[in-house]
Design a protein around this ligand. Structure first.
Ligand code: C5P
Length: 335
């Protein structure tokens, strides 16, 4: 985790960037007694980000949230109240330290909503890192990961970034060495899919009893391909148990996967619970030409992104608190 601890508390505002994820492997077992599914997954953080700015607020003001979004993101269904996962993250951090939760949060969304890219989890991770800095909490990494896990299965990975093995319900994360860069073409859908609905549909499609999969399939083919640094091997190893139910709920995605592969991608898969489709390409030029062909075929939003990228990290603090040549001061206007 690259949080930048040990600096002076921030009195103005702090901006944190957090990335979307794709699942290179998503093996899903039979549901546990708590309703969650045991997973063996390989997460990879991709170069598509939400930026969250936390600004100091007066005592008693509470946590408020505003947001704006890139044109390709429909954020109209994102709640701004205490059900928003970024606000819940702030409340959880404040409760952990027994302190008041006063701050203004603003999210700039580039990650599609309900797209299978963990955009909400990215916002939660960004809120944890930004408020930890703004409030000068200096939360140990292990505590922050535990708070993240309570917020959602993908939130610990959004803190970690890079490439990681996820187990448990996805919240237990272990970094994996990754010889990237890998190049992905990302095609969001107009309308999101509900993650619980896709998991439920997987259960419905699977045979009951001893024929059903009790344990998730292991990730060894993806781990081997990552170690070899070979995009062709990685393309062949990609695996997502949620793809079949997502395609069943949204059949048009099957045509999209085929057209991406015809356009030059090594392999297309549904990202997580979908409906975003992601296409692994041999290199950056191949990704650009695949994206061009998909745009020409009428897909309005087609993004080219490298991976892996960092987890939630500070990109901007007030100028007066940045040191000369501050390496993390990489974007934003001086305030
Ligand atoms: O953990 P998170 O809140 O992101 O999960 C959202 C929903 O996705 C859960 O309520 C559950 O329906 C489903 N889920 C699951 N098994 C997992 C992760 C998520 O069934 N391992």
């Amino acid at each position: 985790m690259t949080r930048d601890p040990g600096r002076a508390p921030v009195t103005g505002s702090v901006t944190v960037r957090a990335a979307a994820k794709v699942n290179l492997h998503l093996g899903v077992g039979a549901p546990r007694p708590d309703g969650f599914h045991p997973l063996v997954t390989v997460y990879q953080a991709v170069g598509l980000h939400d930026d969250l700015t936390a600004t100091a607020a007066a005592a008693g003001e509470g946590l408020t949230l505003t947001l704006d979004a890139e044109p390709h993101v429909d954020a109209s269904a994102v709640p701004l109240d205490e059900t928003n996962i970024a606000v819940r993250a702030g409340l959880a951090l404040a409760a952990h330290h027994g302190r008041a939760a006063d701050a203004r949060l603003h999210v700039h969304k580039s990650v599609p909503v309900a797209g299978g890219l963990a955009g909400g989890s990215a916002d939660a991770a960004a809120a944890l890192v930004a408020l930890d800095r703004l409030w000068d909490c200096r939360t140990p990494d292990t505590d922050l990961l535990r708070i993240a896990a309570d917020l959602g299965s993908d939130v610990p990975f959004a803190l970690l970034g890079g490439t990681a093995l996820g187990t448990g319900r996805g919240e237990v994360v272990d970094p994996i060495p990754d010889l990237g860069p890998w190049w992905w073409v990302v095609v969001p859908a107009d309308e999101g899919l509900s993650t619980p609905a896709v998991y439920r549909h997987l259960d419905a499609l699977r045979p009951d009893g001893p024929d059903g999969p009790a344990a998730p399939t292991p990730a060894s083919p993806v781990l081997t391909a990552l170690g070899a640094g070979d995009p062709h091997a990685l393309a062949a190893a990609l695996h997502n148990d949620l793809q079949e139910p997502a395609l069943d709920l949204r059949p048009a995605l099957g045509d999209l996967l085929e057209s991406g592969e015809r356009a030059g991608a090594l392999r297309g898969i549904v990202s997580g619970s979908g409906p975003t489709c992601v296409f692994l390409c041999a290199d950056a030029p191949a990704a650009r030409s695949t994206a061009g062909a998909l745009r020409a075929a009428g897909h309005p939003t087609v993004l080219v992104v490298p991976a892996p990228v960092a987890g939630a990290h500070v990109v901007d603090v007030p100028l007066e608190q940045a040191l000369p040549g501050d390496p993390f001061r990489t974007s934003g206007d001086p305030r």
